[in-house]
Design a protein around this ligand. Structure first.
Ligand SMILES: *[C@@H]1O[C@H](CO)[C@@H](O)[C@H](O)[C@H]1NC(C)=O
Length: 470
């Protein structure tokens, strides 16, 4: 067997990621961004300190789990490492569909073995919330792609992975209660649940991408989001066995659509409305807000849809793409003929239907024809440019168009990702990818949501973007 793929893999792992920040580094026109390549590279080469932002009102601070603001002390991950995990999340999201086309990615590229405490498949962003009485703070990943909230619980009978916070001990919470096996709540989790002959407690089992799992008791206890947002009898999973890509988090905060979701369980106070603003660099912070104050001024809404066969995910009606201000000639049926497009907090890179991606790639390549196109793809990216020796780069603006006349102008770091090998070679890649098959669900990834407040008005059936609220 050839060792070539392994060598290639090692080379790729040497790349470190940088963000091209055109706002800081260069000028802007109506149809293009201009960025100074080296300046942008150097800005992000250095170890940056956490610059935490304070927001008005209540809300949870969102932190990039791989950046300096994270309390988890996980190993730093390169963008390419994160993007490999990204495909396992995408495969998992796409596999939620009945009769989905099988995922193809690992046939094309060697998979990277997953290890505890290094990286993640489910949620790059973390928040800290309180469980129990007295309240114990837990740092968890938040996830719009799943609905059950769970945390690792003592005694971890089936094995827990190492986490940063002390593992929750139900015996020390005066408000903790198991959900019993024959309760209606046990059958409404939307996940496999069951009972064992030795235990009257409802047992759940959740699986995620890359064989990550969480299993344990369904329980309820007090959930404290902020001092004024306290929810007694919040239902969650008290995990007795968890394995996989959860890093050093204490668990997961489920913001999906099912009844067990945080969104549903807090509906009487928050009316099924939440919004987030994702940090635009690893060293900055964002927010997760709930209720009326989650809707900022100046937000523009597109319909938020549900699709048969996808009870958890949030669908939007994507209708087109603009490159350099020009709408691409993509027939509306390209977006409508497959299962549609979801918006997801945990996927990094936007995945488009094959025909839409092909149109985007061709328009982007045309606009970038004065740069040297790299011969081979890098991970997910097949449109990369050798930027060695390039001082300033001009690249077209990209906007994603949604039903209702909503155009989302993707920020520069969501258009081009810059990577370097620690030596002289600098590569900039188009930060989008195509699905393998038109029957796979499209996904608006978090890289393309950066710098926007994204508002999920689930009760109102609308999803909003606000460019000036982060
Ligand atoms: C919850 O259920 C488990 C399994 O039956 C049991 O071991 C544990 O003691 C229960 N905890 C409480 C507080 O009832």
């Amino acid at each position: 067997m050839s060792t070539f793929p392994n060598i290639l893999l090692c080379l790729l792992l040497l790349f470190s990621s940088v963000f091209i920040d055109a706002e800081a580094a260069g000028a802007k026109t109506d149809s293009t961004h201009v960025a100074r390549v080296l300046e942008a590279l150097h800005q992000h080469d250095e170890e940056e300190a956490c610059s935490s932002k304070e927001y008005e009102g209540s809300g949870l601070k969102i932190v990039d789990r791989h950046g300096p603001c994270s309390p988890l002390g996980e190993a730093k991950a390169s963008l390419l490492q994160i993007i490999r995990q990204d495909q396992s999340r995408v495969n998992w999201l796409q596999s939620q569909q009945l009769n989905a086309a099988p995922p193809q990615f690992y046939a094309k590229e060697a998979s990277v073995p997953t290890r505890h405490g290094t990286s993640l498949g489910t949620g790059n962003y973390i928040v800290t919330v309180g469980f129990g009485t007295p309240q114990k703070d837990m740092t968890v990943a938040f996830d719009t792609g799943s609905s059950l909230t769970w945390i690792q619980c003592q005694p971890c009978a089936g094995g827990c992975y190492p986490q940063q916070d002390p593992i929750f001990n139900p015996a020390q919470s005066s408000s903790y209660l198991n959900v019993s096996c024959n309760s209606a709540d046990c059958s409404q989790v939307g996940l496999p649940t069951g009972c064992s002959s030795s235990s009257p407690t409802c047992i759940y089992s959740a699986t995620y991408g890359d064989n990550s799992i969480s299993r344990g008791f369904l329980a309820h206890d007090t959930l404290t989001l902020t001092a004024s947002d306290v929810f007694p009898k919040f239902q969650f999973g008290c995990a007795q066995q968890s394995v996989g890509l959860f890093g050093r988090t204490a668990g997961l905060l489920g913001l999906g659509r099912r009844e067990i979701s945080l969104v549903s369980q807090t509906a009487s106070k928050f009316g099924r409305v939440f919004s987030y603003c994702l940090p635009s660099t690893p060293s900055s912070t964002g927010y997760l807000k709930f209720g009326a104050e989650a809707i900022p001024a100046g937000v523009r809404f597109t319909p938020l849809l549900t699709k048969r066969g996808f009870p958890v995910l949030y669908f939007v009606d994507m209708v087109g793409i603009r490159v350099g201000g020009q709408a691409l000639p993509i027939p509306a049926s390209t977006f409508a003929s497959g299962p549609g497009t979801i918006i997801d907090s945990g996927t990094v890179i936007t995945r488009l239907p094959p025909a839409a991606y092909a149109a985007l790639r061709s328009a982007f390549r045309q606009a970038m024809s004065s740069y040297t196109l790299a011969e081979s793809p890098i991970s997910l990216f097949d449109t990369c440019y050798d930027l060695s020796g390039v001082e300033t780069i001009t690249f077209p603006k990209i906007a994603l168009s949604f039903e209702g006349g909503v155009d989302v102008d993707v920020v520069p770091s969501g258009i081009l990702v810059a990577l370097r090998d620690g030596g002289s070679q600098i590569v900039g890649c188009l930060a989008f990818a195509g699905n393998d098959d038109s029957r796979q669900v499209g996904i608006i990834g978090n890289r393309q949501q950066q710098a926007f407040a994204v508002v999920y008005d689930v009760a109102g059936g609308r999803l909003g973007f606000s460019p000036s609220s982060c």
